[in-house]
Design a protein around this ligand. Structure first.
Ligand code: FES
Ligand code: FES
Length: 183
């Protein structure tokens, strides 16, 4: 059975899956990364929302890039890849993004918050790594969340939906977190 090793929130884990047809076609025995994370590894941060890449609730980072784990198949995650989820974000204390979302009361039902936090984490870390250490403006955050701007240059832009209409508080929380993260 094909197998690879990835780092899941810093720990090495094996990703096994069934045979993938060599000439294309469905990877019958593979499975969505979301199911693999939730059901095999007890990760409860990423959530099943739409299941068709439209909402962002399932977002995790693969090598720093936000990906939609509802449709990303485990067998497409590269050997040695770094997978980060909301479950691994806090280290001793809440991550600045988590703290800011609480400070700003940036949720109603909270179903979208995994995507808001993980997507903006990938975006902000990418900006900082590229040397842009400005706190993004309201407009820049809105452009990111609405899919106008990609998390990294060259990546596919993705949108992040909040069905409760908490977007204004979410924007404020991301900007507050950025202020803390650049210190
Ligand atoms: S559940 Fe994956 S994008 Fe909606
Ligand atoms: S807080 Fe309910 S979907 Fe965003």
């Amino acid at each position: 059975m094909p197998q690879r090793t990835v780092r899941l929130n810093g720990k090495k884990v094996s990703a096994e899956y069934g045979d993938v047809p060599a000439q294309g076609g469905a990877a019958e025995a593979s499975e969505p990364l979301l199911y693999w994370l939730r059901e095999r590894h007890g990760e409860r941060g990423p959530r099943f929302g739409c299941g068709v890449t439209q909402c962002g609730a399932c977002t995790v980072l693969v090598d720093g890039t936000p990906v939609r784990s509802c449709t990303r198949q485990v067998h497409t995650v590269a050997d040695g890849a770094e997978v980060r989820t909301l479950d691994g974000l806090a280290s001793g204390k809440p991550h600045p993004l988590q703290a800011a979302f609480v400070d700003q009361q940036a949720a109603q039902c909270a179903f979208c918050i995994n995507g808001m936090v993980m997507g903006s984490l990938g975006w902000l870390e990418s900006r900082f790594a590229a040397g842009d250490r400005r706190v993004p403006s309201d407009a820049e955050v809105r452009d990111f969340l609405s899919g106008e701007t990609a998390a990294k240059p060259g990546d596919q832009p993705l949108n992040y939906l909040c069905r409760c209409g908490a977007h204004n508080r979410i924007v404020a929380a991301i900007r507050q977190a950025a202020e803390e993260m650049v210190k």
